[in-house]
Design a protein around this ligand. Structure first.
Ligand code: UGA
Length: 432
């Protein structure tokens, strides 16, 4: 099939590259010319394992193209995917849909015969109706089917999630559009993924409700971890014991820092906001948002406690600063609150992250990036394991730190407290 992906952010780029790998001809469009130039040189603006190789392979096969010319890309496509960002509006909690509507208005000009327009961007329930109104307005013959097809991929695991999703959700009441979408996804459905056709509004809400539910699961286990710390129980046992119940399931029950990233924080807020329009109080989701914000403060306070409130001139090392491993994404990472707080209190902070230096910390004179683990850990007082990159999982801390008394605060519970105790290393984890 011939596809056009509008927006080369995470969702648009990964989906475009993966769709081309399934044999489709894909034009990826972005109005950021710099980004398009980079992509045309085979350079990828995001850190996503495996994407590079698939992209190059499909460009070579002349199935994958990058352009800033929307009209050209639209003319060459049967299905047009809107994958632009829906960030939180300034000074509000609602999703900013201006990019989505800008694209819809342009499509109105360029689409001349039957096309399917799909929203892959995460949009509040009933946005599809508004897009349809723009595309089929002013007595124009209805030539467009507007479909909702939310994306469920995770950063860092995006390719696997795209090729082997648990489900493909397609929201449309049009039989024709559904038939075409189903055949597009056939290679994926054949690998045992469930295909679920529902109403357009239903699909829009499945996406928000799923993200908010996962955020709730994480916040729940994080609060239970607080109780474990006070009652002398290991949260890992609780997660394991709970996860054995198939009604609960063991995934997304890992206690840690506050959940971050570009999706959970933004989507939980937007869900509460859209519910207000429909006069519905989502009190659970509201509490989750509050609990997650609070978590960042709880963790910073715990660091003060671990250091007996003597923060000034303490050497603190952060291992990993991104919100999760296998991505360079810093959005809503707990480190963004913890590092400035500790720096203000006079700590000397060094950090190492496999994806390099972060502009977010450049303005702090006492926060330094180190190119490797050894220089980050040498003679430090406290190591904070912030992100669970694989390269942090088997470290010999004594050899790295090269001094007697140092402390480890493991926000991802990677290490065993018993072994740390045997090695005479002062160790703190989450919920244990
Ligand atoms: C999330 C969803 O998992 C995807 O299904 C969805 O498509 C995506 O948002 C989106 O809406 O685009 P992502 O934000 O990439 O994906 O990353 P996750 O793996 O879900 O992690 C989110 C946050 O939760 C991270 O800060 C992570 O550390 C935290 N987390 C996750 C935990 O603290 N504990 C867990 O058990 C799992």
């Amino acid at each position: 099939m011939r596809l056009c992906m509008i927006g080369t952010g995470y969702v648009g780029l990964v989906s475009g590259v993966c769709f081309s790998d399934l044999g489709n001809t894909v034009h990826c469009v972005d109005n950021d010319k710099k980004k398009i130039n980079l992509l045309n040189q085979g350079k990828i603006p995001i850190h996503e394992p495996g994407l590079d190789e698939i992209l190059k392979r499909n460009v070579k096969q002349k199935r994958l193209f990058f352009t800033s010319d929307l009209k050209l890309a639209v003319n060459k496509a049967d299905i047009i995917f809107i994958c632009v960002g829906t960030p939180t509006k300034k000074k509000s909690n609602s999703a900013d849909l201006k990019y989505v509507f800008q694209v819809a208005k342009k499509l109105r000009k360029y689409i001349k015969k039957y096309r399917i327009v799909v929203t892959k961007s995460t949009v509040p329930v009933s946005t599809g109706d508004k897009i349809e109104k723009i595309l089929n307005s002013k007595g124009r013959k209805k030539i467009v089917d507007v479909v909702s097809n939310p994306e469920f991929l995770r950063e860092g695991e995006a390719i696997r999630d795209f090729v082997y999703p648990d489900r493909v959700v397609v929201g449309t009441n049009s039989k024709k559009a559904n038939r075409i979408m189903k055949s597009l996804y056939l290679p994926i459905i054949k690998k045992k993924s469930r295909y679920f056709n529902t109403s357009r509004k239903g699909a829009e809400l499945v996406k928000y409700a799923s993200n908010a539910f996962l955020a709730t699961k994480i916040s729940y286990i994080n609060e239970i971890a607080n109780l474990c710390e006070k009652s002398g129980v290991d949260i890992k046992d609780i997660s394991f014991g709970m996860g054995l119940d198939q009604r609960i399931g063991d995934r997304f029950l890992r206690a840690g820092p506050a959940y971050g990233g570009s999706c959970f924080p933004k989507d939980t807020k937007a869900l509460v906001d859209v519910a207000k329009i429909f006069k519905t109080d989502l009190s659970i989701v509201k509490t989750v948002i509050k609990s997650n914000e609070n978590r960042k403060k709880i963790l910073a306070n715990r660091v003060y406690k671990i250091l007996n409130n003597k923060i000034k001139n303490k050497n603190i090392t952060f291992l990993g600063v991104t919100f999760k491993p296998n991505t360079d994404d810093m959005r809503e990472a707990s480190s963004l609150l913890m590092i400035p707080r500790l720096s203000k209190k006079g700590a000397k902070i060094r950090y190492y992250d496999p994806t390099g230096k972060k502009k977010e910390f450049e303005k702090f004179t006492n926060v330094k990036f180190c190119k490797d683990l050894s220089s980050a850990c040498l003679k430090t007082d406290l190591i904070i394991i912030h992100t669970e990159w694989n390269e942090f999982k088997f470290l010999n801390f004594k050899r790295l730190v090269k001094k007697k008394n140092f402390i480890i605060y493991d926000l991802r519970n990677i290490y065993s407290p018993i072994k740390m105790n045997q090695n005479k290393i002062k160790y703190f984890g989450i919920g244990r």
